[in-house]
Design a binder for this molecule. Structure first.
Ligand code: ZN
Ligand code: ZN
Length: 144
């Protein structure tokens, strides 16, 4: 993994730093993590890191397309390394678990009925609902 990330960074003209590699590693382990969570992961390995360094790196990595940033309503910005496939997200209203979900169509749904002259490169769709685990606890609570 580290090798792939080194190549990715180099291709985007970003210098390969321990912090950047560690941020990418954090998101491998915790996809859809926010800056706080990434910070605590990196801090464990690189004690000298700062929150500002994490924010700066997340911004740089997002800008060059290595990371995707998603901003569900009511959440801090979340990051992931799965980019370029325009997948969607499904979020539980109760426990806030967040999962990837592919489009129903084979091609990403990038075609609104009327493009209004735009060239479109991303469609953001978030599905909200109740996850299977929470559905179960809801049901068992009702029985009591
Ligand atoms: Zn849930
Ligand atoms: Zn995702």
């Amino acid at each position: 993994m580290e090798r792939i990330y080194k190549d990715l960074l180099a291709k985007q003209g970003l210098s390969v730093t321990a912090t950047r590699l560690c941020v990418l590693e954090a998101l491998d382990v915790h996809p859809h993590a926010d800056a706080e969570r990434i910070f605590s992961f990196v801090k464990d390995k690189i004690a000298t890191t700062s929150k500002q360094a994490i924010y700066n790196n997340l911004a740089a990595l997002t800008e060059c397309g290595i990371l995707r940033e998603i901003k569900p309503k009511g959440y801090p910005a979340l990051y992931e390394t799965r980019v370029g496939d325009n997948h969607h997200h499904i979020i539980c209203r109760q426990c806030a678990v967040i999962m990837d979900t592919n489009c129903r169509a084979h091609a990403p749904c990038l075609e609104p009925a009327d493009l209004r002259g735009f060239t479109i490169d991303e469609a953001e769709v978030i599905f909200w609902g109740i996850c299977p685990t929470c559905q179960k606890t809801r049901k068992s609570r009702r029985k009591k």
